[in-house]
Ligand binder design. Structure first.
Ligand SMILES: C[S@@+](CC[C@H](N)C(=O)[O-])C[C@H]1O[C@@H](n2cnc3c(N)ncnc32)[C@H](O)[C@@H]1O
Length: 238
């Protein structure tokens, strides 16, 4: 039984259904990009990169886990270009439809590599400066969220940058009304409010860090109802 303040909903989102592919998934990714632009999905990620980039460093490798249509990865590269920092992003996602869609929209971005890959199946030896997951962690039910964090912390050298949703009644009500009015995709209408119910409250982040065997993260709340969370990497010597 979930609660806005205590528990995350365990109900699965339609986007997690592997049988949904082709044009239905593509139109959903188009609408997700519009929502990302309209509702401030990029600032938590870009501000997080600025915090993680060591002073004077002019290049940054990023693994973008669950990259969707690749718009967030392109925003990271644009952010780097504007600052003279070469940001190389490897995007992974579960399905060919998603990866091919992202590829088609990413011409002019040679810094972007797109791979169909499950996070949990990546070899632990892979290594990136920053491992980023935007609006992905809430897709993992129960203990899988901590398992995913653990994996990401193993793969990162500078830190794990999470952007995800605040589980709050106002966020749920707001996105429900907005998607009823503006979204055409049935997946977006169903999944956007459900994503909020599967999102996080402040206490969840320390709890997740503990379950993943990580130090308490740096947590920042950003408008509108978004979390930027930075976890330290796992030491490779141990
Ligand atoms: C809500 S979308 C977020 C897309 C993008 N990051 C954004 O912020 O717009 C979540 C994505 O995570 C992907 N995903 C879920 N589990 C995954 C896993 N184990 N490995 C890689 N990607 C995964 C899904 O396929 C989906 O495309």
């Amino acid at each position: 039984m979930w609660s806005f303040t205590k528990h995350r909903s365990g109900e699965s989102e339609l986007m997690d259904d592997p049988s949904i592919q082709g044009p239905v998934l593509e139109s959903t990714l188009i609408e997700l990009e519009s929502i990302n632009r309209l509702l401030g999905a990029y600032p938590p990620t870009l501000d997080g990169l600025a915090r993680l980039l060591p002073p004077g460093q002019k290049n940054l490798s990023v693994l973008d886990v669950g990259a969707g249509g690749g718009d967030v990865a392109r925003a990271m590269i644009d952010w780097g270009r504007a600052r003279g920092v070469e940001v190389q992003v490897t995007c992974i996602d579960l399905t060919d439809t998603t990866i091919n869609f992202a590829r088609a929209r990413s011409t002019g971005y040679p810094e972007l590599k797109l791979v169909q890959q499950d996070l949990f199946l990546l070899p632990d030896q892979a290594s990136y400066d920053v491992v980023h997951a935007g609006q992905v962690l809430h897709h993992f039910p129960g203990e899988l969220a901590a398992k995913a964090l653990n994996k990401m912390a193993t793969l990162s050298r500078l830190g794990v940058l999470i952007h995800d949703l605040h589980r709050h009644a106002l966020a749920w009500g707001g996105i429900k009304v907005l998607t009823r009015l503006l979204a055409k995709s049935p997946l977006i209408r169903n999944d956007a409010p459900l994503s909020v119910l599967r999102g996080f409250v402040r206490e969840d982040w320390d709890q997740l860090a503990q379950e993943a065997g990580l130090s308490p993260p740096a947590v920042r709340w950003q408008l509108p109802f978004r979390w930027q969370v930075i976890f330290s990497p796992r030491s490779r010597s141990g």
